[in-house]
Design a protein around this ligand. Structure first.
Ligand code: PRX
Length: 663
């Protein structure tokens, strides 16, 4: 390291606060600090600022209807269509030749869609879906990787008022079936395969296996031919149709966007919770889209002229809100990349930033930690000077990673927004506004204007600055989930019961609980400490320990399993599985492999255990509850917490010795 570097590193190590540059502030979409007061004084009408970013076909009567908490309604009576907001209006406003989507395939192919191209494709696919029998309010499942046909299909669904349910392509066949069954979805759009680290993956095989597990009739399956000659030679079955053939059939057709009510469902997104059953989070057209557009404008500082890149996968909420809906609603150019960041070399993302002169880049801390490990030579070999703003999402970012990102990717010039939010919140909730706020590495920031978040103790009393507590949100916001699909009761019990007076009709008595621990400092900056439920966060992906456990106990030879998250240098958390074998089975290599395969098949490779530890018993309290905290301590190599309430304290040391033996 050169001397200058050492000095700089030392200075950075100490620096706890960073300011956006005057140059950034001067051009920022939002730079007047009075916005916080303005939103507070004018709540909930302040949210008209978000709604004003959209074109409405019919005015709304009320900004917020809070007469039946926690079933809040936003922009009630308003009419709009999400696809016409994301596509048609830009075509009509003279921006038809602006690039909407720049797609980069893993093997280096590129595709460019102008807003006019997107308009044409969305219309044709909307016509194709209609011809397949899809009607308004039918749920269409999209089981697709990062190919342009995915946002096209999403927008085509939105155009005809059919909610989509995107299932992450890395999820297993079983996960697909569970989600289609839960949503009673009779339509699927998928593809033959895609590329990962240069290899063609057979996706249709997985989709077909999933379809075998669907417990109701499936009307139609549309299959994109992504692999061409590299394909696996699948024959399409009776109800399966080739995407291109359908598009040819409907060549040049136009479908008038269906006028949707603001509160009509735009999409469903399944996410993990405490129980084994994933939760179908329902998002609506008016509130969600306004919120995605507003946060893209205020936090990501997106302008139509920008080239903006969020490196998430559209199969997760981040991709929904900040690859597709937010950026396209604002009429900008959104970049999509199919593959992994280290293929063919570790500078792939920086090469792409350079190639497209990306202005704004949004990624996850797990990726940043991987970049750090690969070394600064990769970003340094590329011209990243086009970047103006950086963002992170999905998990806490440690100050070292924040500073590395700031220095080596942002050249100490780009503000960083550390954005806390969830599938359920629809969009960002806690972060600095880049044109206003001081940044403090490690702390996400204050709640956004109009968002009322607090840190409380178990009784709901606010905790002192610096003390750990639970994050709560005391007022509704437009992007919030409206319910869990067909399960209002679970909606209340999962998110509201903990801190609300559930008998009350007064919205002030209702408090949203995101199940995150957090602390706040004297300036109102919130640091997120992580989940307080049985959900773990692996590489920014949310996984339920119960889901993984049920995949493991489904493996022959397994009697019982407990899964916890253990610290991991790159992934943030990794899956640790403690397994009791059935009588007559050995905890050997064969069983270990079958367990890993079982998790692969039940959920997907992202949930694969980092370690499988066989044990004759699990640490249990006298009442028979597994003490997960101790298993976490073991996974992390931490000093063990109190074992005195255990029925079988001796087992903890035995497990600890086994974990050490494996590391
Ligand atoms: O624990 C928080 C963590 O991710 C959870 C939400 O996961 P999911 O619904 O999959 O959405 C991820 C992308 C929005 C939260 O409950 N989380 C998200 N963002 C942050 C975070 N933790 C710390 N800092 C963040 N910026």
């Amino acid at each position: 390291m050169a001397d200058g570097d050492i000095e700089l590193e030392a200075r950075l190590e100490e620096q706890a606060e960073f300011e956006p540059s005057a140059e950034f502030v001067a051009q920022a979409n939002v730079s007047d600090p009075s916005i916080y007061e303005e939103f507070e004084e004018n709540w909930p009408e302040c949210w008209e600022r978000a709604a004003d970013l959209l074109d409405w076909d019919g005015d709304y009567d009320e900004v917020l209807d809070d007469s039946n908490p926690p079933f809040y309604e936003w922009f009630t009576g308003g009419k709009l269509n999400a696809s016409s907001n994301c596509v048609d209006r830009h075509v009509e406003n003279g921006d038809k030749n602006r690039v909407a989507i720049k797609w980069e395939g893993e093997l280096g192919e590129t595709r460019t869609y102008t807003y006019q191209d997107l308009y044409r494709e969305v219309n044709e696919f909307a016509a194709a879906l209609r011809a397949q029998g899809v009607e308004e309010d039918d749920v269409v499942t999209l089981y697709m990787p990062m190919i342009p046909e995915l946002p096209i299909a999403m927008l085509a669904c939105a155009r005809i008022g059919a909610p989509h349910s995107v299932v992450f392509a890395g999820f297993s066949a079983e996960a697909l079936a569970t989600r289609m069954n839960s949503a009673d979805s009779r339509y699927l759009v998928t593809c033959d395969g895609y590329y990962r680290r240069g290899d063609a993956l057979d996706h249709l095989d997985k989709a077909n296996e999933g379809l075998d597990g669907v417990d109701h009739g499936v009307e139609s399956v549309v299959v994109v031919d992504r692999l061409g000659d590299d394909g696996f030679g699948h024959d399409l079955k009776g109800n399966q149709h080739d995407w291109s053939a359908l598009m040819d059939e409907h060549d040049g057709e136009r479908v008038a966007p269906v006028e949707r009510d603001a509160e009509d469902m735009l999409f469903l997104m399944y996410t993990s919770g405490t129980t084994g059953q994933p939760k179908g989070v329902k998002h609506t057209t008016g509130g969600y889209l306004s919120y995605a557009a507003w946060t893209s404008h205020a936090v990501l500082d997106i302008e139509p002229e920008d080239t903006y890149w969020c490196s998430a996968d559209i199969g997760w909420i981040t991709g929904h809100s900040y690859i597709v809906y937010g950026p396209l609603a604002l009429g900008t150019t959104t970049v999509m990349y199919e593959g992994t960041p280290d293929y063919p070399t570790c500078d792939r993302l920086w090469e792409t930033v350079e190639k497209y002169a990306v202005d704004i880049f949004y990624t996850a801390p797990t990726a940043i930690r991987a970049f750090m490990k690969w070394g600064k030579k990769f970003p340094e070999s590329r011209d990243l000077s086009s970047l103006r703003l950086l963002g992170t999402v999905g998990e806490p970012i440690n100050p070292r990673a924040w500073k590395w990102y700031h220095k080596y990717i942002g050249n100490e010039d780009c503000p960083i927004v550390d954005t806390w939010w969830q599938t359920e919140t629809g969009g960002m909730m806690i972060t600095t506004l880049p044109g206003i706020g001081t940044m403090k590495p490690g702390a996400a920031g204050p709640p956004l204007p109009g968002v009322d978040a607090q840190i409380v103790d178990t009784n709901g009393e606010e905790v002192q600055p610096g003390r750990a507590g639970y994050l709560t949100v005391n007022k509704p916001w437009p992007g919030m989930l409206r319910t869990l699909y067909k399960n209002d009761e679970r909606y209340i019990s999962e998110y509201w019961r903990e801190y609300s007076d559930t008998d009350s009709d007064d919205p002030d008595d209702w408090v949203y609980f995101p199940e995150d621990g957090a602390k706040i400092d004297e300036d109102g900056y919130i640091t997120i400490l992580g989940r307080v439920d049985d959900v773990i966060n692996v590489s920014g992906h949310r996984l339920g320990t119960m889901e993984i456990e049920s995949a493991i106990v489904g493996v022959e030879g397994v009697a019982e399993a407990a899964v916890v998250g253990g610290d991991h240098e790159i992934k943030g958390e990794a899956v640790y599985a403690y397994v009791i074998t059935e009588d007559g089975y050995e905890g050997d290599e064969d069983l270990r492999e079958r367990i890993i395969e079982g998790v692969n098949d039940g959920i997907g490779p992202i949930a694969r255990p980092e370690k499988v530890v066989f044990t004759p018993e699990l640490p249990k309290t006298r009442s028979g509850k597994i003490m997960r905290r101790l298993l976490e301590d073991v996974a992390n190599g931490d000093e063990l917490g109190n074992t005195s309430t255990l029925r079988n304290p001796e087992i903890v040391e035995e497990i600890e010795a086994k974990v050490h033996a494996q590391s």
